[in-house]
Design a protein. Structure first.
Length: 185
């Protein structure tokens, strides 16, 4: 096996972790869901580190990593909202952000042309906080008593990052589209 494929293999393994995490949440089993979710979250950090550290980045790897992250977070957040462990408004905001980004990417591709998207620092911070929000919800479900103001502050911070990172993508890619289209005139 070529070592440069290790990050992609880790991303694929994370994809296979999504279904059990969601099933355990919906089945009322937060302990195994939390353990596997944390392993999946750590695998996200590991594959990114390996890809960057050793130059093992690839287009396929970027796609796999992004899909694995989104499926894990969206699936977990939707399941937690369904079980009443996460506020619906927060999950709706996170999903709306992702829908706007995907719609914008498709529009850019169709109207302007190909592009290579790198996650912004704000987006990476948003993903990390969303992982924290899911872990917080699962540990609360397990009986860890966090003060309500702390939970509210974490949810508010997540909402701010969801909006800010989504707006950041709209601004950056909107400017690129205008520049590209103006250059063709």
């Amino acid at each position: 096996m070529n070592p440069r494929h290790i990050p992609n293999i880790i991303s694929v393994m994370r994809l296979f972790m999504v279904a059990p995490v969601v099933a355990w949440i919906l089945g009322g089993r937060p302990a195994p869901a939390l353990v596997l979710f944390l392993i999946a979250g750590a695998s996200d950090a590991l594959d990114g580190f390996l890809a960057k550290r050793y130059g093992w980045q690839s287009r396929v790897g970027g796609f796999l990593d992004g899909i694995a992250d989104k499926l894990l977070l969206v699936g977990s957040m939707l399941a937690l909202a369904w079980m009443g462990a996460l506020p619906v408004w927060l999950v709706a905001a996170a999903m709306a952000r992702d829908a706007i980004i995907v719609t914008g990417g498709v529009a850019f591709r169709l109207l302007v042309g190909p592009f290579t998207a790198e996650p912004s620092r704000l987006s990476k911070l948003n993903t990390a906080l969303q992982i924290g929000v899911v872990a917080l919800a699962l540990t609360r479900w397990l009986g860890v008593a966090y003060p309500d103001p702390l939970v509210a502050a974490v949810h508010a911070a997540c909402l701010v990052l969801v909006v800010a990172s989504g707006a950041g993508y709209v601004v950056v890619w909107g400017r690129r589209a205008v520049t590209e289209l103006a250059g063709r005139s």
